[in-house]
Design a binder for this molecule. Structure first.
Ligand SMILES: *Cc1c(COP(=O)(O)O)cnc(C)c1O
Length: 452
C-alpha cells in the first residue's frame, strides 16, 4: 500500500548527505574554462589564489571529482538549519484543482532567509582554514550579505560587504542584520576603491549595480593584506555547495517512491537551481531518467531567454576573469522598477553549458504576474515567499494548471529559495497597484552585449 505523503517531509539523520555532488564530473561537455582577460588563456588554479582562497580556487576548476566530502565543521553548522523540509503543497493543489502533485524544497528556514547560507558557511570555513585575515563580498538584495555575515560571525572572520546603493537605501533592516552579525557594510559605488570612484565620477547619481559592487569587493580584497573575495552565486564552487538542496530533495522523494517529472527553479546567477537539479541532471546525463528542467527568470533581466552565449566579464569594471555564459553584457542594469533580486547580468557557466546543449529550458515572467503567484501561494501554503522564489512558484502554478487542462497527474518539484520579509516594499507596490512591468527592448539589450 502506498504510504500517505505528509505535508512536510524531513529527512532522517542517517540519510542526510555527507558529500556535495559535483555535476561537472558527469557532464559530457564541460563548462568552458575561465579565461585570464590579459592573455586570453584558461586560468590556472594558482592565478586564482590572489582572489579566492585556495581550496575554493581548487573546487572552482575541478571538473572531475564527482563527490566531495563536506567538512565536519560545515556539517555541524548545517545541522542548525538542515535538512531543510520538502513540502507537499496539498492546499495549493486543491486551490488550483489540479491533478498534479506539487512539491517544494523550502530553504528559507534560517535567519538569513535563503539558501545562500549553504555556500556561505562553506566559503567562510575554507577561508578560516587557510588562516585568512578577512573576506570581502558584494550583496544586491541583501540575502547573500546576511548569510555570509552569519557564517563569518561563526568563524570570527572580519567581513566587508559592498551593498548595491539602491538596496542599501531601500532595505535598512537588511543593513542592520548584517551589522548585527558584525560585518562592515559600504554602499556601492563608494569612494573606497578605484572602481567605485571611477563609476561615481561618470555617474554620480547611480544607485549602483551588482556588477559594480563586485568590482569594488574584488579590488578591496586584492589590495588588503590577507583578504580574499567570495561570491554567493554564479561560480562552480557555489553550485557545488548548493547541491545539498537537490541531494536532500531527491532522498526525501525516494522515501515515498516519488520522482519529479518537472523540476523548476528561479535563476539569478543559477546557484539554487544548479543545486536543486544537480542529482536529477545526473540521472538525465547518465540516461537513468529524463525529467524536464525549467529555469525561471525575470522578463526585466532575461539572461537565458534573451542573452547571448559568450565570454564576458563577471563585473562592471572588468577586473574579474572572463566566463563563458549566457549574458546580457557586464554593463547591463535592470530597470529601476524591477523589485526583486535576480538582477545579475550573467548566468552560471555550468547551467549555461547545459542550456546550450538543450538539457534544460528557460522561461521569463513579468513581475506583476510573479507577485500574483506569490499572493496565491501565501494564502494557500502560509509561507511568505521571496520575490525571487515567486518566479519558480509562478512557473509551477502554470505547469499545474496545464495538468488540469490535460488531466495529467504530473509530479512537479520547485525550489522555494527564501522568505520575503525584507521585500515588503515590493509587496506593498503590488498590493497598491503601483507595480509595473518593464521589459527591455532588443535595442536596449544589444547595446550592452559583449563585443567579439
Ligand atoms: C540570491 C537568491 C536567489 C537567486 O540566486 P541564485 O544564485 O540564482 O540561486 C533566489 N532566491 C533567493 C531567496 C535568493 O536570496
Amino acid at each position: 500500500m502506498a504510504k500517505q505523503i505528509p505535508n512536510r517531509i524531513l529527512l532522517p539523520e542517517n540519510l542526510v548527505p555527507q558529500q556535495w555532488y559535483n555535476l561537472r564530473a558527469d557532464m559530457p561537455v564541460k563548462p568552458a574554462p575561465l579565461l585570464n582577460p590579459g592573455t586570453g588563456e584558461p586560468l590556472k588554479e594558482e592565478e586564482l589564489y590572489p582572489i579566492f582562497c585556495q581550496e575554493l580556487a581548487h573546487q572552482e576548476l575541478d571538473d572531475d571529482t564527482r563527490y566531495i566530502d563536506i567538512p565536519a565543521e560545515v556539517l555541524e553548522y548545517y545541522k542548525t538549519f538542515r535538512p531543510s523540509p520538502l513540502h507537499r503543497a496539498y492546499r495549493l493543489e486543491k486551490e488550483l484543482g489540479t491533478p498534479a502533485k506539487i512539491y517544494f524544497k523550502f530553504e528559507g528556514n534560517n535567519t538569513s532567509g535563503s539558501h545562500k547560507l549553504n555556500s556561505a558557511i562553506a566559503q567562510a570555513y575554507y577561508a578560516k582554514e587557510q588562516g585568512l585575515a578577512g573576506l570581502t563580498t558584494e550583496t544586491g538584495a541583501g540575502q547573500w550579505g546576511t548569510a555570509l555575515a552569519m557564517a563569518c560571525a561563526h568563524f570570527k572572520l572580519p567581513l566587508t560587504v559592498y551593498m548595491v546603493k539602491g538596496s542599501y537605501q531601500q532595505k535598512p533592516y537588511r543593513r542592520s542584520i548584517i551589522q548585527t552579525f558584525g560585518a562592515e557594510i559600504i554602499p556601492s559605488p563608494s569612494d573606497t576603491t578605484n572602481a567605485g570612484r571611477g563609476i561615481l565620477a561618470a555617474q554620480p547619481d547611480t544607485t549602483g549595480s551588482l556588477g559594480c559592487a563586485i568590482s569594488e569587493a574584488v579590488e578591496k580584497a586584492v589590495t588588503s593584506e590577507g583578504y580574499r573575495y567570495v561570491l554567493g552565486s554564479v561560480l562552480n564552487q557555489v553550485l557545488l555547495h548548493q547541491s545539498v538542496i537537490g541531494l536532500e530533495a531527491k532522498a526525501a522523494l525516494e522515501l515515498y517512491d516519488e520522482y519529479p517529472d518537472v523540476i523548476i527553479g528561479c535563476a539569478g546567477g543559477g546557484s539554487n537551481l544548479g543545486g536543486l537539479i544537480a542529482p536529477f541532471m545526473q540521472d538525465k546525463l547518465t540516461g537513468k531518467a529524463d525529467p524536464r528542467i525549467v529555469a525561471v527568470e525575470p522578463a526585466s533581466c532575461p539572461s537565458f531567454t534573451r542573452g547571448v552565449y559568450a565570454y564576458d566579464f563577471c563585473d562592471t569594471a572588468k577586473v574579474t576573469p572572463l566566463a563563458k555564459m549566457y549574458t546580457l553584457g557586464s554593463g547591463f542594469i535592470p530597470g529601476a522598477n524591477h523589485a526583486g533580486g535576480l538582477r545579475y547580468h550573467g548566468m552560471s557557466p555550468i547551467l549555461s553549458s547545459l542550456y546550450h546543449d538543450g538539457r534544460m529550458e528557460a522561461v521569463a515572467y513579468e513581475q506583476t504576474n510573479v507577485f500574483k503567484a506569490a499572493m496565491l501561494f501565501s494564502r494557500t501554503e502560509g509561507i511568505l515567499p521571496a520575490p525571487e522564489s515567486s518566479h519558480a512558484i509562478r512557473a509551477a502554478v502554470d505547469e499545474a494548471l496545464k495538468c488540469k487542462e490535460s488531466g495529467e497527474a504530473k509530479t512537479i518539484l520547485f525550489g522555494l529559495t527564501g522568505t520575503g520579509y525584507f521585500d515588503m516594499s515590493a509587496y506593498e507596490q503590488f498590493l497598491n497597484g503601483s507595480m509595473t512591468d518593464q521589459i527591455p527592448t532588443d535595442e536596449e539589450l544589444q547595446a550592452n552585449f559583449p563585443q567579439g
